[in-house]
Ligand binder design. Sequence first.
Ligand code: NDP
Length: 404
Amino acid sequence: MSNVLIIGAGGVGNVVVHKCAQDPETFGEITLASKTKTKCDAIAASVKSRTGIDISTAQVDANNPSEVALLIRETEADIVINVALPYQDLSIMDACLATGTAYLDTANYEPPEEAKFEYSWQWAYREEFEKEGITAILGCGFDPGITNAYCAYARDMLFDRIHTIDIVDCNDGDHGLPFATNFNPEINIREVTSNGRYWQNGHWIETRPMEIARSIDFPEVGVRTAYLLYHEEEESLVNNIPGLERIRFWMTFSDEYLTHLRVLQNVGMTSIEPVMVEGHEIVPLRFLKAVLPDPGSLSEGYKGRTSIGCIFEGESEGSIRRRMIYNICDHAHAHAEVGAQAVSYTTGVPAATGAAMFLKGIWKRPGVWNVEEFDPCPFLEEVAQRGLPWHLIDVDATCRGVCP
Ligand code: NDP
């Protein structure tokens, strides 16, 4: 049995802690630490009532590597699961290096002052982690995370060569509020207001935000309008799927969400440039986050499902094949099981599973890695057992509406 330190007590942290507690054979002492200890205590109480397992809690400022290192030593953690915010990735990696502890996260490092969505800062740690014999697993949520494992599975098991990948993400749920984001509002809004980008024939092609839309037929949900966004897993997948000609990422948004977002953008509330208000420097997007609902609080009464997957076109045994791997997750089921909505659930389950892969020695490899660089088969098998089963189907030449 091994000890685990989970940092971040938001919607995703809640799921990770519940999922680790459900598997006492793999996860021994579980500690949850975050900026606000009362949030950790509330999650610990929920875990105790659902599983009977005791969780230790602590306050930590994860921007401070020495504080994190001290906590790692105190808890004798074998792995740190970072589900705080992307701004804390590097300070937590520094603490892992200082203590010789494995690291796992679900989102790439972001410099607070600029939206970048790139891995360069974390990939720069590769040599040091390798030299110190420490494993770091990057982007082990759903997308990135499970989508990377679907791509690795298609590469290793389904195709001789993959020509194109379209990652398609639909949240067909309804939380009943006019406007709320399903994960941290600041990161979500930074992501969807950035320029779109996709990769084709060796080049990145940039688009304006929401410039390209398609009617995509999402399995078990139906036809919905999805928009081309840039998503961080594209950066690592172009390196790790040999011969890939194109990769794109598509996500659905409700009309209500888009209307609110347009208004907020037009009045300057989504900006990350600080402004002076009555002598105080305020970042408008941070202020907006403070007045929006906490994503972790949305799960009560949330109806509907998520349908997320990857559509592949490529060569297999001399002919062109088009196939899709996807998962369906029901908001109400996630709420009943762990008190979370499906977006937190689909992120937290793979994070806990990735940590289990490391602790069982299956994904133990010094260095800094993206998910598709590990064997996808044991991960996909376990992620299904832990609540996210996946399905493989053939698709026609339109690739359910996403092609050409
Ligand atoms: P939340 O905002 O709900 O939670 C973030 C948590 O981190 C909060 O508990 C917050 O504490 C804590 N935190 C923030 N700053 C610090 C700090 N300096 N020190 C310690 N703790 C801190 O976000 P989510 O749970 O929705 O998302 C968590 C992560 O998961 C994000 O990085 C997000 O981008 C990622 N994600 C990844 C997905 C994927 O599929 N790969 C999908 C969805 C999310 P407090 O509340 O006290 O401020």
